[in-house]
Write a protein that binds this ligand. Sequence first.
Ligand code: FAD
Length: 155
Amino acid sequence: MPLSRLTYASRAAEALPPDAIERILAVSRANNTRAGVTGALMYGAREFLQCLEGSREAVNATYARILRDPRHADIVILDFREIERRWFAGWGMHHVPPLWSTRQRLLRYGERETFAPRTMSAGSALALLEDLSRAQPADGDEVETVASAALAPRR
Ligand code: FAD
């Protein structure tokens, strides 16, 4: 079965506390590891950007469960494609810390300095995720400057 990557964006049903994200990640990592699925999840300003990588069958089954989850809505697929290699091999689900989303990085890929994945083109969303996959987690997590305005909800 060929490898595939599905990338989608969605909006949280309500502002989620950090422990809600931790619960989503814990369940995701357990399920994804069993299914051979890897990927990354970004959350900020009540918006999610996620990519799922694995066999076509496993990615579809995972996405079908995610679609039914009442914790988010307005889910849009940004891209689905066959891939030759994974970007996130090694992560059942890599959590992107908010500190990674600096204004400069968001502006590189988006219209504004805010995290608004639902308005991004597929190309920009994929470029952002590829950029993330190249970052060394330990460095990327620790050294970025806080840009709280970048993660403020859009008006
Ligand atoms: P449980 O975790 O036991 O859940 C059973 C049911 O309860 C599910 O229908 C679930 O949607 C619902 N549920 C669980 N907790 C809550 C809650 N706090 N509020 C409301 N309903 C709840 N799952 C993955 O396996 N892989 C992923 O990569 C993944 N990514 C996700 C990304 C996002 C943005 C969100 C919101 C969810 C994600 N999930 C992911 C979770 C997924 O939607 C399902 O909840 C999960 O896969 C079901 O796991 P489970 O069968 O072990 O059941």
